[in-house]
Design a binder for this molecule. Structure first.
Ligand code: UD1
Length: 415
């Protein structure tokens, strides 16, 4: 199993190019199911989760051609509207196939995702929303079976759910009549999906607000769409640079999607300069502890919580880090402690007392963003850190060791 070996303690310097967003790519690939005509996506990141989604769609009958970040999907025939347990268990976002399959084929069977390392993560909102649109749904033998012709409906989400909003948005695009989604997720990835669906002929207003209105159309058509930059990858490199000191330019990013993160970086003592799609972060003075509380967009993203904990571990002062979205997203704490961090956790809140020095150690990645946190901590720690189980990292970060090496980090993938 691959590991990362990091020799920490030196500042990052240089320029890094951000990839297309994983969390936009996954729903956009599923959007290909909605039309019999080709959908071409560009700026597609080369990640394990994207490969898993492609395998899933191929099994359903979608013809896929891929080269250099360009993926052409042809769902002229969808002859097997099923997402099997074997794939869903490796990637929970497979649930994103449910809405499009049902809308396009009139039937779908998708395995329930089951337990997940970062919490229960149920999919009840996806199911309730589709039921409100007239789907007949059965939960049997660990599968969601849905069938029926979808019609527009008003649906109020009990809580803000990103993939739930995306699933219903895609389904509503082909439903009969108008759908109103209230308490919808406002994440930039939802907006990117709406932009692509609109290019395919969907009639959507309000994406990016908590009320999205979709007037269903009988069919969608061919389109080409460039996937938005990955704001979490961008944020991860910015935090790594701020934590280690030095000056890093992140190219190809979208600063507007990162307001809450940039604000916190400035609070931590970094200087941020934005010039078009280039975000430059620089930190030479004291690194200050900053408290964060995760919230749906435009609040502070849960997907950046672990990286900020690594930052706080080495900062001056005490930070209170509160996770409000997922109930078990603090697994990086015990690994950070192995590097010498001083952290106490009670429920979803971590009290991080900054220490003067972290020291390299052997640690284990437990989920995607926890892995990113350990990479940042390893870059800051004195001596050698070895991170085990980095398959989590490969799900969501494209060539992270190459990109960090380009910033003068001493990092290598070892077996
Ligand atoms: C997406 C992102 C993930 C991010 C998360 C929160 C993708 C592929 N993944 O995950 O990186 O961390 O948003 O920003 O885009 N919930 C329910 N019932 C539901 C759906 C959700 O109770 O039917 C709960 C979840 O358990 C969680 C909260 O709502 O507590 C938010 O989850 P959600 O936004 O759905 O996360 P994902 O869309 O899975």
């Amino acid at each position: 199993m691959d590991k990362l070996r990091i020799e920490g303690g030196t500042p990052l310097n240089g320029e890094v190019h951000v990839s297309g967003a994983k969390n936009a790519a996954l729903p956009l690939l599923c959007a290909g199911l909605l039309t019999a005509e080709p959908l071409t996506l560009t700026n597609v990141p080369q990640l394990n989760d994207v490969r898993t989604m492609r395998t899933l769609l191929t099994q359903m009958g979608v013809a896929i051609e891929a080269s250099d970040g360009r993926v052409a999907l042809d769902a002229a025939r969808v002859d097997w509207p099923l997402a099997p347990y074997e794939l869903v268990k490796t990637m929970r976002a497979s649930i994103l196939a449910l809405g499009p399959l049902l809308a396009r084929c009139g039937e779908a069977r998708v395995s329930l995702p089951g337990g997940c390392a970062i919490g229960l993560r149920p999919v009840d909102q996806h199911v309730k929303g589709l039921a409100a649109m007239g789907a007949e749904i059965d939960l049997e033998h660990g599968y969601i079976s849905a069938k029926g012709r979808l019609r527009g409906a008003k649906f109020v989400f009990d809580m803000v759910t990103v993939t739930g909003t995306e699933n219903l948005l895609m389904a509503a695009s082909l439903a009969d009549g108008t759908t109103v989604l209230e308490n919808a997720a406002r994440e930039p990835e939802v907006v990117d999906l709406a932009r692509c669906l609109t290019a395919m002929g969907a009639r959507i207003t309000g994406a990016g607000t908590d009320r999205i209105v979709v007037e269903g159309v009988p069919e969608l058509h061919a389109a080409t769409h460039a996937i938005m930059p990955d704001r979490i990858e961008t944020g991860t490199y910015l935090v790594a640079a701020a934590a280690s000191g030095g000056r890093v330019a992140v190219r190809g990013g979208d600063a507007d999607s990162l307001d809450s993160v940039l604000t916190k970086l400035v609070e931590a003592g970094a200087t941020i300069t934005i010039d078009g799609d280039v975000i430059v972060v620089e930190r030479s003075g004291t690194l200050r502890a900053v408290s964060v509380r995760t919230a749906p967009h435009p609040g502070f993203p849960t997907d950046m919580q672990a990286q900020f904990m690594a930052l706080a571990a080495r900062a001056e002062g005490t930070a209170v880090i509160t996770e409000t979205i997922f109930e078990n997203r603090m697994m990086h704490v015990q690994e950070l402690v192995r590097l010498g961090a001083d952290i106490e956790v009670e429920g979803g809140t971590a009290l991080v007392r900054g220490v003067a020095k972290l020291t390299g150690a052997h640690v284990m990645a437990t989920d995607l963003r926890a892995s990113a946190c350990l990479v940042i901590a390893g870059l800051v720690a004195q001596g050698e850190t070895v991170i085990d189980r980095i398959y989590h990292l490969d799900r969501g970060y494209e060539r992270i060791e190459d990109k960090l090496s380009g910033l003068s980090a001493r990092i290598a993938r070892v077996r």
